[in-house]
Design a protein around this ligand. Structure first.
Ligand code: BTN
Length: 271
């Protein structure tokens, strides 16, 4: 992919790369790696501190939900993974996923003055096109030890629309392609990390209801008709009812039956 035309001097981004620190936080800034989530999970299992951050300028095997590829060309986006050790249970992973998506959306709003909607569980959309995604992965639960969670964030920041592969061009966008304005990746990265940690801390204090209330304001599919491709390969057509108090999406099918969606893919109908 061509280098982003909008890429300019970004002192905060260069500073993070050169110093490897953000306040008291360790930043592992890699020119290239397979997947920042893999690096962060390995660091987490080796005992790295909560708050450690892995950032890559490009990824060779960036991955998304459902085994998909996350295109990660150099100079265009933010590809990062944050190591967390929240005082939460393994069953809270769905809540952490929603909290992280909300944090990233808020950071984009604060830094870029754009308002991403969120498609469950955490695709960030601008005008219906995906500009970001989040892959939350647990590092295995050891009884008596805090949960290890890695929040992997991919955000298309400076990618020109024409630089997306043709098959994605109608469905993907970047902050720059959407707004016509270049945005500092350094400022976004700092804001995202702080916002995600803030939302997860809210969960730790028992504040999922408040997280959910704000998440719902950005819900891109509530009340809309969609098709759910189930993990078993079936298709359920229905209307999205939004996530419940555990963060699990509900869909009412055309026969009136309500399904709990824990995983799988959602396709919005055009009307
Ligand atoms: C999705 O939309 O399915 C989630 C995409 C998550 C991509 C990010 S990029 C940084 C981190 N490393 C990965 O391999 N994936 C996540």
């Amino acid at each position: 992919m061509e280098r982003a035309a909008a890429e300019g001097f970004d002192p905060l981004w260069q500073g993070l790369r050169d110093r490897g620190r953000l306040g008291g936080r360790q930043v592992h800034f890699l020119a290239e790696t397979d997947s920042t989530n893999d690096v962060a999970l390995a660091l987490g299992r080796a005992g790295t501190r909560a708050g450690s951050l892995v950032v890559a300028e490009s990824q060779n095997c960036g991955r998304g939900r459902l085994g998909r590829v996350w295109l990660s060309p150099s100079g265009c986006g933010i590809y990062c993974s944050l190591v967390l050790r929240p005082r939460l249970a393994p069953g809270d992973l769905a809540k952490i996923t929603l909290a992280a998506g909300l944090g990233v959306a808020k950071a984009v709003e604060a830094v870029a003055s754009l308002y991403p909607a969120i498609k469950w569980p955490n695709d960030l959309l601008l005008d219906g096109r995906k500009c970001g995604g989040i892959l939350t992965e647990g590092g295995g639960f050891v009884f008596g030890q805090p949960l290890l969670v890695v929040v992997g964030i991919g955000l298309n920041v400076l990618t020109p629309q024409a630089a997306f592969p043709e098959e994605l061009r109608q469905r993907a966008t970047s902050l720059y392609a959407h707004s016509g304005r270049p945005v500092s990746r350094g400022s976004l990265l700092v804001a995202m990390v702080e916002a995600v940690e803030g939302e997860v801390q809210r969960l730790e204090r028992g504040g999922f209801a408040a997280v959910l209330a704000q998440w719902r304001q950005r819900d891109a599919v509530f009340g809309k008709r969609l098709a759910w491709l189930t993990p078993e390969g079936g298709v359920v057509e229905g209307v999205a009812l939004g996530p419940d108090d555990e963060g699990i999406l509900h869909i009412r099918d055309d026969g009136g039956r309500v399904h709990e969606v824990l995983s799988g893919d959602l396709t919005l109908h055009q009307k």
